[in-house]
Design a binder for this molecule. Structure first.
Ligand code: ZN
Length: 182
C-alpha cells in the first residue's frame, strides 16, 4: 500500500511543480518597463532575464526573472523575487517555514530525515542548521528597535532643510501675512 501512495504522491508534486514553473515563466509580468526606481532613489535599468532554481514544497522550480541593475549604487534586484518573498533565499517562504518547524522539534540530523520522509524535501542537516540560525537572527532583529537606513536619514534631512528654507523664504516675503477674509 505504501508504494501505491508514495509514488503517485511524488509524481503529483512533480506535475504541480512543473505547472507552477511554466505558469510563472510564461508570464513576463515582472518586466515593469526599461527602468524601475532603486531603493537608493536612482533609476535602475532592466539588464536581462536570469534563471535560478528555488527549492519549494513542490520540489525545485527553475524561474526566469527580469533583472534590474542600478548604476548609481551598483545594486541589482529582481522584482519577481521581491513579490514572491524569494529575495534573500533560494528557498520558498513555505519551505523555510517547514524547515524551521522541523528544526524546532528535532536535532538538525533528525529534522533533515523528517523533512525527506514527510514532505519529500531534500535538505541536509547543515542546511537545516543554517535556516534555523537565519530564522533566529531574523527573530532577534525583529525584537531590536527599528533603525532607519543612512540614505533615508540623509534624504529626510535634505527634505527638512529644503522645507525650512522655503518657510524662511515665505517669512522673508511676508513676515506678517493677513488672515484671509471669507
Ligand atoms: Zn541604486
Amino acid at each position: 500500500m505504501e508504494a501505491l501512495e508514495t509514488a503517485p504522491r511524488r509524481c503529483a508534486l512533480q506535475l504541480a511543480a512543473l505547472a507552477v514553473q511554466d505558469r510563472l515563466n510564461a508570464a513576463n509580468s515582472d518586466w515593469q518597463g526599461p527602468r524601475l526606481p532603486c531603493t537608493c532613489g536612482q533609476p535602475a535599468r532592466h539588464a536581462s532575464r536570469r534563471a535560478k532554481t528555488f527549492i519549494t514544497t513542490l520540489g525545485p522550480l527553475e524561474l526566469h526573472r527580469a533583472y534590474y541593475h542600478c548604476a548609481a549604487c551598483k545594486a541589482g534586484f529582481f522584482p519577481r523575487d521581491r513579490s514572491l518573498g524569494l529575495e534573500r533565499s533560494s528557498r520558498s517562504p513555505a519551505t523555510t517555514r517547514m524547515v524551521g518547524t522541523a528544526a524546532a522539534c528535532a536535532s538538525f540530523a533528525n529534522a533533515s530525515e523528517l523533512l525527506d520522509d514527510l514532505a519529500g524535501l531534500r535538505v541536509s542537516p547543515k542546511q537545516v542548521e543554517r535556516v534555523a540560525e537565519a530564522l533566529g537572527r531574523e527573530i532577534d532583529a525583529a525584537k531590536r528597535p527599528h533603525r532607519v537606513p543612512r540614505y533615508r536619514r540623509q534624504r529626510r534631512a535634505r527634505e527638512q532643510e529644503r522645507a525650512a528654507g522655503q518657510a524662511a523664504g515665505r517669512f522673508r516675503q511676508d513676515p506678517f501675512p493677513c488672515p484671509s477674509q471669507h
